[in-house]
Design a protein around this ligand. Structure first.
Ligand code: GLN
Length: 450
């Protein structure tokens, strides 16, 4: 019927656009799911909606690689919690999308299956690490995609691709069945083409799951029914540390946006956070993220998990498997992670980073005691040209502007990127962060921006 035709059209369109954007690792034939869909109530919120999942989401019987060679032949025997939720809501998975290997990177150039290209201009990057999901939505083939966000991996590519990207509060969505990166920073989130769709999606995905002990017991709110762009009584902090680093057109775009928010009734003040703490964001992030990643991925050794390479001894097998299975970029990160976890360095490197993380979160919490949201441009510039960007990280002089979004991961506070205009024909976006579990305010302000 109609639903079947819609899903098949999306499937074909994604295959067509993928020739230009390389966003897909594995296509998933929807036929079987369309059969299953007959058991679902037609009024389910995502009934018959074709969607894609980042390739670090475990899918029963469907290859899940995290865009790493070491997991090239990995076929999970179970579905992630969010896959259950999405299927109950009537969604149909049509592809698993490309990412920076194991989530490490911000360009999506560091994927085993090659770079993802930005649908607005294939010479530019999609951003990462959830670049395949962002590009799939921006291409128009699907209107919903799952991503994950450890530092900014949903929110940055969302801005580069002109779509909405949501990272809810830590614990709001279960991570059961997601291949981890850095457990204290990892969040499940998603991409949509509108703020209202983003409200519906969180109602589908959020909620307690006993299989993930970090998932929250808090009740899921009626975000969609309650969303409003009336901002009377809302106070918004515009982050000066970021705005002073963005290019003039992006600053101009923000000036216009501030006027719009004020017209909706909000009070917008420029706020400056402690410079030393803002400069510490990136080094502290790398210490914590790499250390946790090193621990999380120690089981990808060709023995317990992953592709096995031959060797004379068990140790040889592990060394050969890991050397061949991971890119040199990922191996470099494991070296950095191991260094800070090495017994004699733990106190002076890892523990110290954790302490500075706490100071940074306290600073953000202090701002959010006086304001309902922190607002800033999502990036200092448009998506970089692929040839001009480094393999995995964004090389730029705008250190704060390109990395401040880790604030949302350090704190676990909800954060969203919303498209706000165009520069040189490329989309740009802004980012909002609110108090823990105040997704409603985040969606309200986002609706006013949209
Ligand atoms: N670019 C950051 C990194 O490389 C963040 C990636 C992410 O959020 N997964 O770790």
């Amino acid at each position: 019927g109609e639903v079947e035709a819609r899903v098949k059209a999306a499937y074909e369109k994604l295959q067509e656009v993928n020739k230009d954007i390389n966003a897909v690792v594995t296509f998933v034939d929807p036929s079987e799911q369309l059969e299953e869909l007959k058991k679902i109530d037609e009024h389910a919120p995502m009934y018959g909606l074709p969607i894609v999942l980042k390739d670090n989401v475990n899918t029963k019987g469907i290859r899940t690689t995290a865009s790493s060679r070491i997991l090239d032949n990995y076929i999970p025997v179970y579905d992630a919690h969010i896959v259950d939720k999405l299927k109950q809501a009537g969604a149909v998975v049509i592809a698993k999308t490309s990412m920076d290997e194991l989530g490490m990177g911000g360009t999506n150039k560091n994927a085993y299956t090659g770079s993802v290209h930005n649908p607005w201009n294939p010479a530019r990057i999609s951003g990462g690490s959830s670049g395949g999901s962002a590009a799939a939505v921006a291409s128009g083939a699907v209107s919903f995609a799952i991503g994950t966000d450890t530092g900014d991996s949903i929110r940055k590519p969302a801005a580069f691709n002109g779509v909405v990207g949501v990272k809810p509060t830590y614990g709001r969505i279960s991570r059961y069945g997601i291949i981890p990166y850095a457990s204290s920073l990892d969040h499940v989130g998603y991409f949509t083409t509108s703020v209202k769709d983003a409200c519906v999606a969180l109602e589908v995905l959020a909620g307690r799951d006993d299989r993930d002990m970090t998932s929250s017991l808090r009740e899921v709110e009626a975000y969609h029914a309650n969303v409003t762009s009336d901002l009377h009584g809302k106070r918004i902090a515009l982050l000066e540390n970021v705005q002073e680093e963005v290019r003039p057109e992006i600053k101009e775009n923000m000036d216009q946006l501030v006027k719009k928010l004020e017209e909706r009734g909000a009070i917008v003040d420029t706020v400056r956070m402690n410079d030393q703490l803002m400069e510490a964001l990136l080094p502290v992030y790398y210490i914590i993220a790499n250390a946790e990643a090193t621990a999380n991925h120690s089981n990808l050794d060709g023995i317990r998990f992953g592709m096995r390479e031959d060797g004379e001894s068990v140790e040889d097998v592990m060394i050969h498997s890991r050397t061949k299975g991971f890119s040199s970029y990922v191996r470099k990160r494991f070296v950095i992670g191991s260094y800070s976890l090495y017994a004699e360095n733990q106190e002076k490197v890892f523990r110290k980073a954790q302490k500075i993380r706490r100071l940074i979160v306290n600073e953000l919490a202090a701002v959010l005691e006086q304001y309902d949201a922190v607002l800033a441009s999502a990036s200092g510039d448009i998506a970089p040209l692929s040839e001009a960007s480094h393999d995995a990280s964004l090389h730029t002089s705008s250190i704060v502007a390109e990395n401040y979004m880790v604030l949302g991961n350090f704190s676990g506070y909800p954060s969203i990127s919303v498209p706000s205009g165009f520069v040189e024909g490329m989309p740009i976006g802004v980012n909002l962060t609110t108090k823990a579990f105040d997704e409603q305010t985040m969606f309200n302000i986002a609706l006013a921006i949209e």
